[in-house]
Structures are given as C-alpha cells and as structure tokens.
Design a protein. Structure first.
Length: 501
C-alpha cells in the first residue's frame, strides 16, 4: 500500500495535488501511537510528556498533528511555538534520542502495516521523515501563550518567594516565618554565591592577619598564584567538572530561576570553529553569565556538549588569591585581549560581556541600554581569528535589583571612578534574607539566557574599518532580532525597545 499521491517531506511531492489526507492521517496516528509508547518508557525524554500524560488522548492528538505536519510540508515552521519548558529542557542528547525514536516508530509502522509511503523501503521512509526540518521538534509540547504570559508577568514583579504573605512594618516588607525548606536552601546558595568575592577576601585577610601560623602554606601559595601561574592568560586553567556541577550552583539557579535556551536547536555548535559569544546586558553583576555559562546549573554541558565555556571576567578577579582558584576552575579567563586570543580555539566558546562596566551604569529595571556601537575590538578579534560571533541575551538581567538614579554630581563621580578602577559602582538595592525590599541580594525574578545563532566570519589578519563595521552591523541586526523574537514571550506586556549606544 502507498500513502497515495506522495505527500511526504520532499517539496515537489508536498506541493502535489494528489495528496490523500485520509491515508496520511491514518499513518500519522499509527506513528503517534508508537512514538508515545516509546517516549513514556524512556527516562531521558519522558519529562517532556508526563505533564500531559494524564490525558493520553490530548497527547496523542498533539503527536498526530506533529507527524502530519512534517509529512505534508518541508517548511520548518515557527520554532518559537515550542513551549518554554521544552526549550529550557532540550539538550543535544534529547534531540538525538527523539530522532532515534521517530526512526524506530517509522520502522515498526512499516513492519506491521507493510507500507512505506511513496518510498521504496521502510529505511527510505524513515530517512525522509528524519530529513524534515520540523523533526523532532514538531513532536515536542507546544506553547500555551496565555499560561506562559501569565506566569512570566507574575515572575517579573516578584521580590521574594511569597510577596503576598509579607508583613509590612515601618515600610519594610518582612518575609513570612513559614518558608519551605527548599526555598531556604536556595536562599543559602544565593547568599554563598553573591558573597564569593568578599568571602574569599575575608579568608585571605584572616590568613594574613594570622601569618605566624599560616605562613608555611601562605607564602608558597601566594608565590604560585601571583608570580608563577599564568595559565588564565594562556588559554585558561584546567576546568573542574565537579566544581561546575556543585549543588550550590543548582540551588542558586533555582532561586531566580535561571535557565538557558538555545534559540535554534539545530544551529551549528559542533565546536569545529572557535566561538566568541557576546552577552547583553551587563546588569549589576551579570548573574546570567555566572549561572548559565560559568556553571552547569542551567545545563550548559548538555546543551552545548562540544563547547568548553570560557567566560571573561575582570583581571583583578583572577589575581585575587583563593577567588582565582574557584572561578578559574569554572573556566573564567581575564577580559584581556591577549587572554581572549589565547583561548579562541576550536572547541572553546569565549564569552565577553561586551558592554562592560560602562553598560552597568545604564542598568535600569525594564529597560535595555547597551554599550555596543562604539565597541570595535570585539569584532576585530573575531575577524582576525575567524571566530563565529554568537549574540546572547539575558532576559531579566536588569530586573534583579532596583536602581537609585544618581544626581549629575554622583554620575560624574561614577564615570571618573570607572575610568580609574576599570569597574563601575552603580547604586542599587535588592532584598535581604528576611526582607523583600531591603538588602543586597537579588530579587527572585526569572532570568533566561537565550543563545542566538552563530554568525560565520572569515579569518582576516588585518581587517579594515569597513569590514569591522559591516560585521558589527550584522551582529547588531541579529541581536535586535533575538530580542524581538523572545521579549514578547519572556517579558510579556513590556513595551521596551532595545537601545544600542
């Protein structure tokens, strides 16, 4: 038996006038049955479907629609119709596993019904279905716009975990006493994470104060850390996978929550070429970089298994004893031209917060003002090394603290300090351990890092101004499109344009 008229995958067939919808629908239902059974029995992909498995008929209907859509059209459709949960949970292994299940379902269908559509064999039928740009994404949960919008809008305005239960005394919002243990663990992780720099400086200070007891270990270590070890400037320290997967980072990510999304699951992140990622906006402390790139809390290693993350940080952070051992083993390198060039190798993804400290001074909740148009070095390095540029946007980064808008005199002082110290000092406040509107901890608001498609560059040892400007224009256009595509889903109801200075 054939499917009649040839309605599978190939554009020429898909555009034919003899399509037999009844037979296509019967085949799609058969494939959906088999695919559903395999997925519900597979631990790695079951979470995508268990939220809907209570109503198997609805689940089967969605899968049938997905198969039918892929069978009757070669068009990739709108990837953004996937649910946000599907995007956040999708990994390279998931995609490979779902593709294998699709092929197995096709072969089982052909074996039981002895039909292979308009193809010569079951293998050809399976290969054709695999080749569809919609597969396997058409079989993942679809977006529920109203539910997602309500959830996102609620998260954008939160300060703590239970704002409505807060007690107000003298203008201070106090957190309720009865807080779930899970949220207490998240708070502990947040306190540890945000206190990493002052904590390491305090430990170093105590070690120096008690030098009579600590010098036998302190002197060799300081000699090694400050004089001998230059690995951060020569491509980066050896990364500790155990440190990147530490429970503290996972609990800290759950605090917001912080999540990582590949805008295009089929984009080429094979690691065959060096990659230079630009992160926007800087925010106050760039928590998106700390959690979604510097650690595996949001699934970096699963979503980008062929890439080693090398986030850039201030030079002073990698010259601070104790602190350098932690962030260096997480993959950090100095935000220094020489260090970046040394790390730009195939298999590495060097991430730079392009706007830097200057952009941090323009941080304001609900607005995105990026310092990018006057940056040339970022694009020059990409051309000189033939590195693919990857625009990356942290939605919610600017909402994690409230900002005190400075007077003209204070602003002038901030700019002067920035030029001298190479880091800026915006005036901000957040919440505390027991308060919702007073403290230096970030608010519990969603933070979603979206990684765009790589922009291919050709290696040019001495790029001209025109070539740099052309690449910059292309990058800015891609960044604007990334914001335009995802802002309505992640920040619904917010009419905020992207301003690039």
């Amino acid at each position: 038996e054939g499917a009649g008229g040839g309605s599978f995958i190939e554009p020429a067939l898909a555009e034919g006038s003899g399509n037999d919808l009844a037979q296509d629908l019967r085949i799609a239902r058969s494939l959906a049955d088999k695919f559903m059974i395999h997925c519900l029995l597979d631990d790695s992909v079951r979470p995508f479907y268990t939220g809907r498995s209570a109503n198997l008929s609805t689940l089967k209907l969605g899968l049938t629609e997905g198969f039918l859509s892929a069978m009757r059209s070669a068009d990739g459709g709108d990837r953004h119709k996937l649910s946000l949960d599907a995007y956040r949970g999708l990994t390279e292994d998931n995609i490979k596993r779902l593709t294998e299940i699709v092929r197995r379902s096709v072969l089982e269908h052909c074996e039981t019904t002895r039909e292979s559509a308009p193809y010569a064999s079951a293998q050809a039928f399976a290969s054709a279905l695999d080749a569809s740009s919609k597969m396997p994404f058409a079989l993942l949960p679809r977006a529920d716009d109203s539910t997602e919008a309500a959830k996102a809008a609620d998260g954008m305005t939160k300060r703590g975990g239970e704002d409505k239960a807060a007690r107000v005394t003298g203008g201070v919002e106090w957190a309720p006493l009865t807080v779930p243990f899970g949220r207490r663990r998240q708070m502990l992780a947040c306190v540890i994470g945000t206190s990493l720099i002052p904590g390491c400086v305090t430990i170093l200070g105590l070690s120096l104060y008690h030098w009579r007891k600590t010098w036998p270990g302190l002197v060799p270590y300081l000699t090694w850390a400050l004089v001998l070890d230059k690995s951060p400037w020569r491509g980066g320290m050896k990364i500790s996978k155990g440190l990147r997967r530490l429970w503290i980072w996972r609990r800290w990510a759950e605090y917001f929550p912080a999540t990582l999304i590949r805008a295009n699951p089929k984009a080429d992140f094979s690691g065959e070429r060096p990659m230079l990622m630009g992160y926007h906006p800087h925010g106050i402390l760039s928590f998106g970089v700390q959690l979604c790139v510097s650690t595996d809390a949001a699934g970096w290693s699963e979503k980008f298994p062929n890439l080693t993350a090398r986030p850039c940080t201030l030079n002073m952070n990698l010259t601070t004893p104790i602190l350098r051992e932690i962030i260096g083993r997480l993959g950090a390198i100095p935000a220094d031209s020489g260090a970046i060039r040394a790390a730009l190798k195939p298999g590495n993804a060097v991430l730079l917060v392009v706007g830097g400290a200057a952009e941090a001074l323009d941080t304001k909740p609900g607005e995105y003002v990026l310092t990018l148009a006057r940056r040339n070095g970022f694009f020059r390095i990409a051309l000189q090394h033939g590195a693919d540029l990857v625009p990356t946007f942290g939605f919610g980064e600017n909402d994690l603290f409230d900002i005190v808008q400075p007077s003209s005199l204070v602003r002038a002082f901030q700019l002067k300090a920035y030029k001298i110290l190479s880091f800026s000092m915006p005036i901000f406040y957040g919440r505390g351990v027991f308060t919702y509107n007073m403290g230096l901890l970030p608010f519990r608001r969603p933070l979603t890092v979206v990684v765009g498609d790589p922009i291919r560059t050709e290696k040019t040892e001495n790029p001209t101004v025109e070539q740099i400007d052309a690449l910059k224009e292309k990058y800015i256009e891609a960044l604007r499109q990334l914001h335009k595509d995802w802002a309505p889903r992640l920040e619904p109801g917010r009419d905020t344009s992207l301003m690039i200075l």
